[in-house]
Design a binder for this molecule. Structure first.
Ligand SMILES: Nc1nc2c(c(=O)[nH]1)N[C@H]1C(S)=C(S)[C@@H](COP(=O)(O)O)O[C@H]1N2
Ligand SMILES: [Mo]
Length: 173
């Protein structure tokens, strides 16, 4: 074999190895981006007082469900999405917080947004959910351009203004 051919083969082999290692290392980064934020905390409150804090694993353990909801905002056409989440009422049941028909449930978000929901909506386990996955992807944090890590969704509402992006807590008042 000519010296030049040997050199070319050596260089190509080295390049293949370097590309392989880079791809292997990057695999972890890609995985990281699509991983749920398991450390995200969600808080159940009663009249402003913290009753119980949850990690995402603990929220999911309350019994997750897949459901569809139509997101319809002032600036976008209605689009149906599939979400994965837990009925919000299950969080209160687990925390031992009673929700009565004349209560108001106030959901607070990381951007200062607050949404007050009538208890009637939250008592309907098929309506209000705390969610963390949209169309098989993590909802993502605000920093990542997402609406989470937690987003409270009122699936039976016609419009989405009572949904709560970046939700931190839910409070029975
Ligand atoms: N935390 C938070 N949640 C929010 C809002 C917001 O500004 N902050 N906007 C509301 C409104 S007006 C709509 S229409 C829906 C969807 O907003 P998006 O289009 O930004 O996803 O989120 C609702 N929840
Ligand atoms: Mo909106």
């Amino acid at each position: 074999m000519k010296k030049q051919t040997k050199l070319i083969i050596t260089v190509i082999t080295l390049l293949v190895v370097v590309i392989g290692i880079t791809a292997f290392l990057n695999r972890d980064n890609v995985k990281e981006k699509t991983t749920l934020n398991n450390d995200a905390i969600f808080i159940a409150k009663y009249k402003g007082e913290t009753i119980k804090q949850y990690t995402m694993e603990e929220i999911r353990a309350l019994g997750e469900e897949s459901f569809t909801a139509i997101k319809d905002t002032s600036s976008s056409e209605p689009v149906e999405h599939t979400y994965l989440g837990v009925p919000l009422i299950k969080v209160f049941e687990d925390a031992g917080v009673e929700v009565s028909a004349d209560d108001v449930i106030v959901n607070l978000a990381a951007d200062g947004y607050a949404v007050a929901l009538e208890a009637e909506k939250v008592l309907d386990a098929g309506n209000v959910f705390i969610t963390y996955m949209i169309d098989d992807q993590p909802i993502g944090t605000r920093e990542e351009g997402g609406s989470g890590p937690y987003q409270i969704i009122v699936s039976k509402d016609q419009f989405s203004q009572y949904w709560c992006k970046y939700a931190l807590s839910t409070d029975v008042q």
